[in-house]
Write a protein that binds this ligand. Structure first.
Ligand code: NAP
Ligand code: F7E
Length: 351
């Protein structure tokens, strides 16, 4: 593995952070693209990042954006990666209805900008680059379950339509220019690093905070939707395996089991001896203009051709997330209590 260089776009996200850990463990020289933001957005990778001036720094960060093709080109010319993982996205389905143009620009045109940059890099004499494109089960939308690589797509949101465009750009660059571009069609995958506005994390975080008295209510949308939920740490292995295969291809990555949002609530609150029905209220603002009712993946191709299988069960996943959020909530209680200690009686009452 010595001297193999990889570039992760979206390294600050849930998957990017787990993939970075995996590639560092495998001995890659690892580079990541970070968006410029007015606040720090590297919380998920701080534990693996070291100042580049220090000896032994294993992760190098570059400012860049999928909306900025020139910048992507510069980074690729500088890093000369053997593998690029395109995980960058406005990845929230509900938000994509509020920001459809931005979502399409980053998710669909962004993927195209990247493929063009890689194509020109190789045409200009650069070493061959393998690209992983992060596709989504959302592309199946209203197609009947179980969904596999052979299932016709029926996307139901600007996010899903944009991911489908990126999926077909990847296939087109494979066919037109012989480029090694693989599409992962990943079903929902979660972890303690999941963004706090996605339903699983929203539930585990609220359950823990309700248990410790930090919150009283949880407002949700459609509880009937069913998803095939896996563990992000297992899923990044499939991404890496796709780029080690003999030929580029498309792969569904899923657990093969699906549960409703209601089931998830029952498991998460139940593990803390709470009855979720006492705390959850429905707020229609969390409904989507067009919903995806039932995703349930068939990953037999990934099992057969990549030797990939999920390692973590649904119950284990819920437990991992609840335990993490319980620890966080305990810390918040300790901080609150320490602050109260330092205040006068009247200030304490106001708190
Ligand atoms: P995530 O936590 O939302 O991370 C997305 C990453 O993309 C973050 O690093 C984000 O940067 C970055 N990003 C956003 N806009 C960008 C832009 N304009 N240019 C460059 N980077 C940008 O998502 P995730 O759950 O890790 O998912 C990784 C990828 O897989 C995404 O493409 C997602 O759409 C796709 N996917 C996810 C799932 C899932 O269940 N998690 C399933 C199928 C497919 P900031 O940190 O600065 O926001
Ligand atoms: O919603 C319902 C909601 O936002 C799951 C992204 O990673 O996976 C993710 O997209 C379900 C939906 O994930 C709330 O209506 C109910 O049916 O956690 P989610 P998602 O939309 O499936 C796919 C594979 C991706 O590619 C995406 O990038 O839960 N739901 N109440 C709710 N959802 C949210 N967010 N918030 C609620 O209050």
């Amino acid at each position: 593995m010595a001297n193999k260089r990889a570039l992760i776009i979206g390294v600050t996200g849930q998957d990017g952070s787990y993939l970075a850990e995996l590639l560092i463990e495998k001995g890659y020289e690892l580079h990541g693209i970070v968006r410029r933001a007015s606040t720090f957005n590297t919380g998920r990778i701080d534990h693996i990042y070291r100042d580049p001036h220090e000896a032994g720094a294993t992760l190098k960060l570059h400012y860049g954006d999928l909306a900025d093709g020139t910048g992507l080109r510069r980074i690729i010319e500088k890093v000369r990666p053997h593998e690029i993982y395109n995980l960058g996205a406005q990845s929230h389905v509900r938000v994509s209805f509020d920001e459809p143009e931005y979502t399409a620009d980053v998710v669909a045109t962004g993927a195209l900008r990247l493929l063009e940059a890689v194509r020109d890099h190789m045409a200009g004499g650069g070493e061959a680059v393998r690209v992983y494109q992060a596709g989504s089960s959302e592309m199946f939308g209203s197609a009947a379950p179980p969904q596999s690589e052979a299932t016709p797509f029926h996307p139901r949101s600007p996010y899903a339509v944009s991911k489908l465009a990126a999926h077909y750009f990847a296939i087109n660059y494979r066919e037109a220019y012989g480029m090694f571009v693989s599409n992962g069609i990943l079903f929902n995958h979660e972890s303690p690093r999941r963004g706090e506005t996605f339903v699983t994390r929203k539930i585990t975080r609220a359950a823990a905070r309700i248990k410790l008295g930090l919150e009283r209510k949880l407002y949700l949308g459609n509880l009937d939707a069913k998803r095939d939920w896996g563990y992000a740490k297992d899923y990044v292995e499939a991404m890496w395996l796709m780029l080690q295969a003999d030929a580029p291809d498309d792969f569904v990555v899923a657990t093969g089991e699906s549960y409703s949002v209601r089931d998830f609530l029952g498991r998460a609150f139940g593990s803390l001896d709470l009855d979720w029905q006492q705390y959850v209220e429905i707020d229609p603002r969390y409904f989507r203009p067009s919903e995806v009712d039932h995703l349930h993946g068939d990953a037999s191709k990934a099992h057969a051709k990549l030797g990939w299988k999920p390692r973590t069960t649904f119950d284990e996943l819920v437990k991992i997330m609840v335990n993490y959020d319980l620890d966080r909530a305990r810390r918040d209680v300790a901080i609150r209590d320490a602050r109260l200690e330092g205040r006068s009686g009247s200030e304490r009452d106001e708190w």
